[in-house]
Design a protein around this ligand. Structure first.
Ligand code: UD1
Length: 369
């Protein structure tokens, strides 16, 4: 079987790391790796390939930044001749970025079956670019590797069921388990930033709905400024958010209050997340990672990403991005601390294996059908 994977953004490098690690046990699967180049800064791409031991991509499409239309169209036109040349049996896409959409669409148009890792996620908000990407990628895919049981129910409502949809869990958990110890050994981020374990908040903001919305961005800066009087806040800053803060003239105010760093590599970020008292973020991936590390999390977004985590008390969703709500939710999250129960709705300890086995099983079903 020839499996061609399309990746290109920071969270996709993380997820791909789990699959490539597991693929070593399956010599019958020949792998081809395409990097879309959606993320191109070293600290958003290269460092992840290196730290997470991902094979060097066979192709880089170099699409870079641009409008959604330009990014998606660039991926389609550059990926298509590669699919023609490589003739893979399957194309594998991850998550919900424009790279996911471009990869799924190009393959589907060539009648190459698509396997979608992290399928079955819906926030119910079509204003989010990622929601469009999720829906389209799921509906174009032949095999949907679903992250949660509730995702299976969501897909069933849209008419997608077994054998196409398979609950496989979250490969980010595999990566957390594999690199937790290593991050403690190799990362000196706590020392570098003079941080004490459980005495700080780790924050990230990168969603278009926050970074590109003047009101939301100002509210987050206000909230972090107020909270920083009581708590140390560390904010590795995505370039999109940095640009928006600079344009809004908010960088000086934020820098005076919180510790801002460049985007961190995987090991430093894992160390920061796993040792924080609380994580405050609009990243769906980091919300899960905080949970995997048993760290409570505040989701700075209007939508609920992971209802299971909210129900268990691990995730506190602001729902309204204004300063008083963010401040109250963070304070409440810190006060409540660590919930008593932890049970993982994101699969087993080797979700990459579940995905590869699902792929092989589906191939067999097709052959015998
Ligand atoms: C993308 C995904 C988002 C994912 C995130 C992970 C889409 C629609 N969004 O958002 O779902 O959570 O990746 O980080 O696909 N930039 C750089 N250097 C880079 C890459 C980007 O400076 O290497 C800057 C550029 O100004 C660019 C902006 O960041 O315009 C946004 O980048 P883009 O790839 O469009 O989206 P992300 O915000 O990274």
């Amino acid at each position: 079987m020839k499996l061609l994977s399309v990746i290109g953004t920071r969270p996709q490098y993380v997820k791909a790391s789990a699959i490539f690690h597991e693929l070593k046990r399956y010599p019958q699967i020949k792998s081809v790796l395409v990097d879309s180049g959606q993320h191109y800064d070293d600290n958003l791409s290269e460092i992840f390939l290196r730290e997470l031991e991902i094979p060097t991509p066979d192709y880089n499409l170099g699409v870079g930044s641009g409008s959604h239309a330009d990014q998606t169209a660039g991926i389609i036109s550059k990926l298509d001749p590669i699919l023609e040349k490589e003739k893979p049996d399957w194309v594998l896409v991850y998550g919900d970025t424009n790279t996911t959409l471009g990869g799924a669409l190009t393959a589907a148009k060539r009648n190459i079956p698509v396997v979608h890792v992290e399928a079955g996620v819906r926030l119910g908000n079509r204003a989010m670019p990622e929601e469009i990407n999720r829906i389209v990628a799921d509906h174009l895919s032949t095999l949907l590797c679903v992250v949660t049981e509730s995702g299976m129910d969501l897909l069933a409502k849209e008419g997608i069921t077994a054998p196409n949809a398979v609950y496989c869990g979250d490969v980010m958990y595999d990566v957390c388990l594999r690199f937790k110890e290593l991050s403690a050994q190799r990362s000196d981020i706590l020392k570098k930033l003079k941080l004490t374990e459980k005495q700080f908040i780790a924050a990230t903001i990168h969603r278009a709905e926050n970074a590109d919305d003047a009101k939301h961005l100002a509210a987050i800066v206000d909230a972090f400024t107020t909270l920083s009087k009581e708590y140390r806040i560390v904010l590795p800053l995505h370039p999109r958010t940095r640009k928006a803060l600079e344009q809004a003239g908010l960088m000086g105010k934020l820098e005076a209050a919180v510790t801002i760093t460049e985007p961190l590599g995987y090991l430093d970020m894992a160390r920061l997340t796993s040792t924080a008292a609380l994580v405050a973020t609009d990243s769906g991936g980091l919300q899960r990672e905080a949970f995997f590390y048993h760290v409570p999390c505040v989701n700075i977004h209007t939508d609920v990403f992971w209802p299971e985590l909210e129900a268990m008390g691990w995730n506190h969703v602001v729902r309204k991005v204004d300063a008083p709500t963010i401040i109250a939710t963070v304070q409440n999250g810190l006060k409540k601390g660590t919930p008593k129960t932890w049970s993982n709705p994101f699969g087993s300890e080797n979700n990459a294996k579940a995905i590869i086995e699902a792929l092989l099983t589906y191939g067999n079903i097709r052959r015998t059908a």
